[in-house]
Write a protein of this length. Structure first.
Length: 201
């Protein structure tokens, strides 16, 4: 379903309101809900999905992949292919920052992923991107909550794949931890491949 731009904006505003008032996850009730105009262009053909807002990044700024080392890496990777944040849409599989008892970032639980599944589904349907770029294992795995797939990141990184009537392009996460698994220079090459694929579509 394709919405007119004005209707699309209205629907996005309704989704933002729904997310802001969500209290499904007990440990994240008081966390910032990272979905707003700051996520980017709702008419973009490219949507990036990461795992969850970071406590030093989006939890503070309200902007996905922003304000911490991960955000800095992501901006450098975007800049390497001449893309700007206002040209894309960025979101997370989980829209609030999950923390452990020590106040550090932690992996979302299965229940938390299921709680936020509908928000992700609605966001994808609303933006209606041609390409979904997953950042990291958990973002790729989360798509299974919407429509099953058998893709494994290390085997399909930087490849154009089919999923639920769209193209997905799995990449490693630009966090310092992600850089251990796939160094920055290689991730730059991956982003170059993404740019080529999108330009040729």
């Amino acid at each position: 379903m394709t919405l007119a731009k004005e209707n699309k904006q209205d629907e996005f505003n309704k989704l933002i309101s729904s997310v802001v008032n969500c209290n499904k996850c007990e440990r994240m009730c008081n966390r910032r809900k990272v979905l707003s105009e700051k996520n980017g262009n709702i008419n973009s053909k490219v949507m990036f999905i990461a795992e969850a807002p970071g406590r030093h990044g989006a939890e503070q700024t309200g902007i996905p992949l922003n304000g911490d080392k991960t955000g800095t890496n992501f901006d450098k990777l975007l800049n390497s292919i001449g893309w700007k944040r206002e040209d894309i849409f960025i979101t997370n599989a989980i829209l609030c920052n999950p923390q452990n008892e020590d106040g550090n970032n932690s992996t979302p639980t299965r229940e938390e992923k299921e709680n936020c599944r509908e928000n992700l589904r609605k966001t994808i349907e609303l933006v209606n991107p041609e390409f979904i770029v997953t950042l990291g294992i958990n973002a790729l795995e989360t798509l299974k909550y919407l429509e099953r797939h058998n893709y494994i990141l290390k085997k399909c990184v930087a490849k154009k794949l089919s999923w639920n009537g769209r193209h997905i392009f799995p990449l490693y996460h630009p966090s310092p931890k992600g850089m251990i698994s796939r160094r920055f220079e290689t991730q730059m090459t991956d982003f170059g491949k993404l740019s080529d694929v999108v330009l040729c579509s």
